[in-house]
Design a protein around this ligand. Structure first.
Ligand SMILES: Nc1ncnc2c1ncn2[C@@H]1O[C@H](COP(=O)(O)OP(=O)(O)O)[C@@H](O)[C@H]1O
Ligand SMILES: [Mg+2]
Length: 359
């Protein structure tokens, strides 16, 4: 699986580009503000139909234009090639996959799953719990077929319960949602826990190479006290939920932390170590997908050089090489430190939004 080619029209500072990619490494170089992250963002957009940089849907449209268009060709198993097209106009979005209009974005899931490491991924350490839950949930949507349904069931029950709480409805109207909430909530927790139990050894394997001096653990909180099961906890906190107008217990409040040598990563580690740890976390997620026969389409690493010394850059590149999948790496330097032997790699140079393959 991977992206064979990409045509870009009016995305960020990229006016036009028509690119053929390597199924292995694609190295994107250029100076500051050349358009490297914009190219990464365009690749990511084909996989997720959103940006990793902004929630403002129109922001990637090139200034002065009214729409951007991305057209890609995906390589699927058995050698089949699948075209995908996305057009975003101010106020509308059209997505085509394999010649047919896509009505629900969830129908796209699995066609080109991408994972990114960019400046924003530092949110795994420094952002709010919502970001970390989304990171877990995105992976689970891909590896667990039932997860999306369970998650939607839970979200619906939670919305209804919260609406009843806000409306100061009688207690029995509020608790009438508890059965559904508890059933779906326990399933969500069980699936997450199983995933994390598989993720932790993968994380430790990755970090044994990237950060050999640190013992990294992952601390997971399920979203309610360990003292009670979820049903009892919902009962227990009914009064405080009513006064707050919000359900404060359940897997929608889950969180996790990366812990290095017994300390929170952000207080114990340098910026470079934090970046390496986050890359390791994302690589571990990719390995878990591969273990579960739900491989990713591409892994994107934006700005290899930022925060990382030559030694750590080389380690990260080695780890990416070992994934044996399509990878996009952007860097300011023409040749990053110690590029591993990577057959079929391609280089692209970006200057003022113009992208040239370097041959
Ligand atoms: N919607 C847009 N239209 C035109 N230019 C944009 C848009 N959004 C961002 N830019 C500009 O695109 C340039 C390239 O940005 P970026 O891809 O982040 O560069 P790099 O990652 O190479 O440093 C920047 O100068 C930025 O201001
Ligand atoms: Mg950039």
């Amino acid at each position: 699986m991977g992206l064979l080619s990409l045509d870009i029209h009016d995305f960020r500072n990229i006016h036009r580009a028509s690119l053929e990619f390597s199924p292995g490494l694609n190295l994107i170089t250029g100076e500051n503000a050349a358009g490297k992250t914009s190219l990464m963002e365009a690749v990511y957009y084909l996989g997720r139909v959103r940006s990793f940089r902004t929630h403002h849907v129109n922001q990637p449209i090139r200034e002065g234009q009214s729409a951007f268009r991305l057209v890609g060709r995906l390589q699927h198993e058995q050698g089949r090639m699948i075209p995908i097209g996305i057009e975003r106009q101010t106020g509308s979005l059209q997505v085509h996959l394999d010649g047919a209009a896509v009505r629900r974005l969830s129908d796209l899931a699995g066609s080109f799953p991408v994972q990114v490491h960019s400046g924003d991924t530092a949110n795994i350490i420094s952002g709010g719990p919502r970001y970390r839950r989304q990171t877990l949930d995105w992976a689970l949507f891909h590896v667990e077929h039932t997860y999306r349904d369970i998650w939607q069931r839970y979200a619906r029950a939670l919305r209804q319960r919260n609406a009843a709480l806000r409306a100061q409805a009688p207690a029995n109207q509020i608790t009438s949602w508890d059965g559904e909430l508890v059933e779906a909530g326990n399933e969500i927790h069980a699936i997450r826990l199983r995933y994390i139990e598989g993720l932790v050894p993968r994380l430790q394997q990755e970090l044994a190479h990237l950060l050999p001096s640190l013992d990294v653990q992952l601390g997971y909180q399920r979203g309610w006290t360990v003292e009670r099961d979820l049903a009892a906890q919902l009962q227990h906190s009914l009064d405080s939920d009513r006064s707050l107008g919000n359900t404060r217990s359940g897997p929608h409040r889950a969180d996790f932390q990366l812990i290095a040598n017994g300390q929170p990563l952000q207080s114990h580690c340098s910026r470079g170590q934090q970046k390496a740890a986050i890359v390791g976390f994302m690589l571990a997620q990719v390995k878990c997908q591969q273990d579960r026969a739900a491989p990713l389409g591409a892994f994107l690493l934006d700005d290899l050089g930022s925060e990382l010394d030559a030694n750590h850059q080389a380690r990260v590149l080695d780890a990416l090489r070992a994934l044996d999948m399509q990878v996009f790496v952007s860097a300011i330097a023409e040749t990053p430190a110690a590029l591993p032997d990577w057959p079929g790699m391609k280089r692209f140079h970006v200057e003022h939004g113009e992208i040239q393959e370097v041959v």
